[in-house]
Design a protein around this ligand. Structure first.
Ligand SMILES: NC(=O)c1ccc[n+]([C@@H]2O[C@H](COP(=O)([O-])OP(=O)(O)OC[C@H]3O[C@@H](n4cnc5c(N)ncnc54)[C@H](OP(=O)(O)O)[C@@H]3O)[C@@H](O)[C@H]2O)c1
Length: 215
């Protein structure tokens, strides 16, 4: 699978690219700046020079991939995604985005008129199959390597796209992809990340979530 990252030079994009490349998927780290993308790839190649990683502009990363993962901040997606709408039509686009604000050291969920960052992506990219996933995975843990003890709740309105991303999630060591229902449920999953930020501060860790009672 060829996976492209929009805004892939941050910790979340690099962490996911590292894990998916380790699993054998060709990953392209996209950026507004090709030099910044090249630096990110070089940094990951220091971990393992054989990883199938390339650098590109966001536009080229979107065009060359089968699956595109959005790892920009929430505040960037309204300006970043519409110019890519034609390129992304028909493709699976994964939202990892959490609409979160920090004030006085405290995190809070930002109200999104469309319901969630993922639902906003669907409006910005009407032809794409939007899947919401990975919002609760710590970028630091992804970059560190080793098994994660976490579930990834996957929400989408397209059943086949959801299944593909649940399988992709399971490519990360220690992670299960869990069917979270329709895209509208992404609002709750995004909110859990805000809760995790508070838990992380209290327990000085990078916590994840596990859903109990499913096989
Ligand atoms: N960090 C985590 O642990 C974590 C966990 C779960 C979910 N997430 C979500 O994953 C996303 C990425 O998180 P992150 O910590 O990696 O974010 P980040 O470092 O703040 O941003 C990621 C990349 O987005 C691009 N970007 C920043 N501002 C932009 C703008 N105004 N316009 C266009 N592109 C812009 C930048 O890439 P270029 O400058 O190279 O273009 C930047 O390197 C966020 O939505 C976050 O909520 C993060």
């Amino acid at each position: 699978m060829r996976i492209g990252f929009i805004g892939g030079t941050g910790e979340e994009g690099m962490g996911l690219a590292y894990r998916f490349a380790k699993a054998g998927h060709a990953c392209t780290i996209g950026s507004r700046s090709i030099e910044k993308a090249q630096t990110a790839v070089a940094e990951l190649h220091e971990k393992d020079a054989a990883l199938p990683l390339t650098a590109a502009t966001n536009e080229d990363a979107a065009a060359s991939a089968d699956i595109v993962i959005v790892t920009t901040p929430y505040t960037a997606q309204a300006a970043t995604l519409p110019p890519l709408a034609a390129t992304l039509a028909g493709k699976i686009v994964v939202s990892t985005v959490v609409p979160m604000a920090f004030e006085g050291g405290k995190a809070s969920l930002v109200a999104v008129p469309e319901g969630s960052a993922a639902q906003q992506e669907q409006i910005l990219l009407p032809g794409a199959k939007i899947v919401a996933a990975f919002q609760n995975l710590s970028a630091k843990k992804l970059l560190k390597g080793g098994a994660l003890e976490a579930d990834v709740v996957v929400c989408a309105d397209d059943a086949d796209a959801k299944k593909q991303i649940m399988e992709l999630a399971a490519a990360i060591e220690g992670v299960r992809g869990v069917d979270g229902g329709s895209l509208a449920n992404a609002q709750m999953v995004e909110g859990i990340t805000v809760l995790l930020v508070s838990i992380n501060r209290n327990y000085k860790t990078q916590a994840g979530i596990r859903i109990a009672g499913i096989a």
